[in-house]
Design a protein around this ligand. Structure first.
Ligand SMILES: Nc1ncnc2c1ncn2[C@@H]1O[C@H](COP(=O)(O)OP(=O)(O)OP(=O)(O)O)[C@@H](O)[C@H]1O
Ligand SMILES: CC(C)(CO)[C@@H](O)C(=O)NCCC(=O)O
Length: 388
């Protein structure tokens, strides 16, 4: 269970009043973004990260659940009265907004107001890129570097959302986009295949396994084929992977002869590399130099981000840049949250940029452990929403 806890109180043991909640119900995960009004007496300058002009002070909170545990999510919403004080119409996006519409009505009496998934992803990404300093970063050779976003030079870019499946969206402006490609080999593939092959019980366990594995045990390298030599004429070093999992064909080993760590490592590398390559090809086709990666597959995980970055760098010969977003998996939910503004509150707009808290975002943090940085566990990504 990812996130069953009581919502914080205002210091006088009164539950904080939640005035808006939006959902993104995906194939693997349900994401929640909700806004709590600030009592005004506990503003924490270190926790500021987003300011919106809406006349109400408060905080944005983020939470997620596995979609298979949707009942935990319903219980969380109900126990914490997340729809208390607002209409019983909630903005929701993702396929689950359709699939689970009746369940929400039946269990909570809530009607889900469906918002288009791609629309929400783009709205969420644009919002974060414009409103939050230190939202986007590059990750190469273990080095994380924040990217300063020039609001006047943000578009066009390619948004690659790696969820269960992968959507690639060319973004030309606010509400101006086209889903140009996608691939079914995504986060669901890593989690699903990984679960079958390693018998691990959770996504985190699979990621942790990969951290201890060696992909060379299963991957066939160029050097394996070329007798230890590079194939320099076509730009392939001896250590480049010639064939993911290709080594498994060359002996009589069964699955149980391989360490789950090595299987997980090769799988993660294969899928990340493939996504990086397809992303680059799309960026090339549409003449885009900037690629932002969202979705919960990356989970801020070093090896995943490094592999994607290397793939983009390698194939584009350094021309295109892979960038990652700190709120990676919450783009759709944020977009759905923002849609309240578009539809009912008129002139809501982002009006300021402020610093992200130093703990999880320090660019000098070379020992950055993404698994410790998960939004649920640390709640370090709570955002403040202030009156203009
Ligand atoms: N705790 C977790 N449990 C399951 N999967 C996780 C977890 N954390 C990260 N993931 C990865 O994130 C992926 C889901 O990402 P995300 O929530 O962005 O997509 P989704 O909305 O569920 O999928 P889609 O958009 O394709 O419907 C999973 O397939 C898995 O690879
Ligand atoms: C079907 C969606 C959009 C649901 O989020 C996503 O899982 C996806 O983009 N899958 C890839 C499908 C494809 O383009 O082959």
């Amino acid at each position: 269970m990812d996130c069953l806890r009581e919502i914080e109180t205002d210091g006088n043991s009164n539950p904080i009043q939640i005035s808006r909640l939006a959902l993104d119900i995906g194939g693997s995960l349900i994401k929640l973004v909700y806004f709590s009004r600030d009592s005004g007496d506990h503003e924490d300058p270190l926790n500021d990260s987003v300011r919106i002009s809406n006349g109400v002070n408060g905080r944005l909170h983020f939470a997620k659940f596995e979609t298979t545990n949707i009942n935990d999510c319903l219980q969380f919403i109900s126990a914490n009265k997340l729809f208390f004080g607002v209409t019983i119409h909630l903005k929701a996006t993702g396929g689950g907004a359709y699939k689970f519409s009746d369940l929400f009505k039946e269990k909570l009496g809530i009607s889900l107001e469906k918002e288009d998934e791609m629309d929400c992803l783009v709205t969420g990404a644009n919002f974060l890129l414009k409103a939050v300093n230190h939202e986007a970063f590059t990750y190469l050779n273990g080095q994380k570097e924040f990217v300063q976003i020039d609001h006047n030079d943000l578009y066009p870019y390619l948004l690659v959302n790696i969820g269960s499946g992968v959507s690639m969206i060319k973004v030309d402006g606010d509400g101006k986009f086209e889903r140009v490609s996608g691939t079914s080999v995504g986060g669901g593939t890593f989690w699903g295949l990984g679960k079958l092959l390693t018998k691990c019980q959770s996504f985190d366990e699979l990621l942790e396994l990969s951290q201890r594995g060696n992909n060379r045990v299963l991957d066939m390298l160029v050097g394996d084929i070329y007798g230890g030599m590079d194939y320099s004429k076509i730009g392939l070093s001896s250590t480049a992977i010639a064939s993911s999992f290709g080594r498994a064909i060359s002996n009589s080993n069964e699955l149980h002869d391989y360490k789950p760590e090595d299987v997980s490592r090769s799988l993660l590398r294969m899928i990340s590399n493939n996504i990086g390559q397809i992303s680059y090809l799309n960026a090339l086709q549409f003449g885009l130099k900037r690629i932002f990666f969202g979705g919960f597959f990356t989970r801020g995980h070093s090896y995943t981000m490094d592999t994607i970055s290397v793939a983009v760098h390698f194939w584009s010969k350094g021309e295109a840049k892979a960038m990652f977003l700190r709120h990676e998996g919450f783009l759709g939910a944020l977009g759905a949250f923002m849609s309240y503004e578009r539809h009912s509150l008129g002139d809501l707009m982002v009006n300021q940029s402020v610093q992200i808290p130093v703990d999880a975002s320090s660019s000098t943090d070379t020992n950055y452990n993404p698994l410790e940085r998960d939004l649920n566990e640390t709640e370090s990504m709570q955002c403040s929403v202030y009156q203009a």
